[in-house]
Design a protein around this ligand. Structure first.
Ligand code: ADP
Length: 252
């Protein structure tokens, strides 16, 4: 059964299209990566699905009652609150039953690996701890749909590995849509990839499916990532592309 249906979703900022008639469906308990370079419309898309931003055109069918969790790219906390106080506040805002707020917050903090930091002030948290706390506030109400904006991009390899493993375990109970500009991060968790380029959904499916749809001369446009910026003109270079965290997309 589909949990999210996005049809012709469009957002323009002062006449400039940031998201351009994007349509896709997510099935229950699946993980999907929204992949594209910076500025391709990932955050805008996730924000609209989360209900934080109004779409200019199109429609989004999702069930707010079954819960939506959102992890922003740069989660913000009140530095004077402890991790537990912050998570409890998030739980209350998300409608967790008052009697269960404490227990569910502690359980969630333990799940994300912050069990020994529940009473620490969030203002003292490292980048990795902030990402874990961001995840905790997104899942404390056990949402059926989890939207994660670049959940691991800012982390070192160890932190990235740990958060990836957490996300994989969440997949048993929730539908996950997460954005990334790093192909390896996308592929590691799922083969359901949505390729976003300049606001348009240019491809969807596993990397091998996408590759197989294009004959040699058609794949050549590449966009920059933090790791590399190279223009490939041949399919022969795909393996190298993977090594270097580079993404190629068909020319529109
Ligand atoms: P991504 O998450 O893939 O980096 P964004 O969704 O943040 O992409 O941005 C998509 C496009 O929309 C970019 O060109 C960006 O400059 C523009 N944009 C995003 N937010 C705003 C805003 N609040 N006002 C004007 N333009 C914006």
């Amino acid at each position: 059964m589909s949990l999210l249906e996005v049809k012709e979703l469009t957002k323009s900022y002062n006449g400039t299209l940031a998201v351009d008639h994007v349509s896709f469906t997510l099935e229950e308990r699946t993980a999907t990566a929204l992949i594209g370079p910076n500025g391709s419309g990932k955050t805008t898309t996730l924000s609209m699905i989360a209900g934080l931003l109004k779409e200019s055109e199109g429609s989004i069918h999702r069930d707010f009652k079954s819960g939506i969790g959102f992890l922003p790219q740069y989660p913000q906390f009140f530095p004077w609150l402890s991790a537990l106080e912050f998570t409890e506040m998030a739980a209350q805002i998300s409608g967790v039953d008052g009697k269960k707020v404490r227990q569910q917050s502690i359980r969630t903090l333990e799940f994300v690996g912050l069990g020994s930091a529940v009473n620490k002030k969030t203002g003292t948290f490292s980048g990795g701890m902030r990402q874990r706390l961001g995840l905790a506030q997104a899942i404390v109400h056990q949402p059926k749909l989890l939207l994660l904006d670049e959940p691991v991009s800012a982390l070192d390899p160890t932190g990235r590995r740990e958060i990836m493993d957490l996300l994989k375990s969440l997949q048993q109970d929730a539908t996950i849509l997460y954005s990334t500009h790093i192909l390896n991060d996308a592929e590691e968790m799922t083969d359901q990839l949505l390729f976003l380029k300049e606001g348009k959904l240019v491809e969807q499916g596993s990397l091998s499916e996408v590759k197989s749809r294009y004959a040699e001369p058609q794949i050549r446009l590449l966009f920059e990532t933090e790791q590399a910026a190279v223009l490939f003109e041949s399919r022969k270079l795909w393996p190298m592309q993977r090594d270097r965290n580079v993404i190629a997309l068909p020319i529109s």
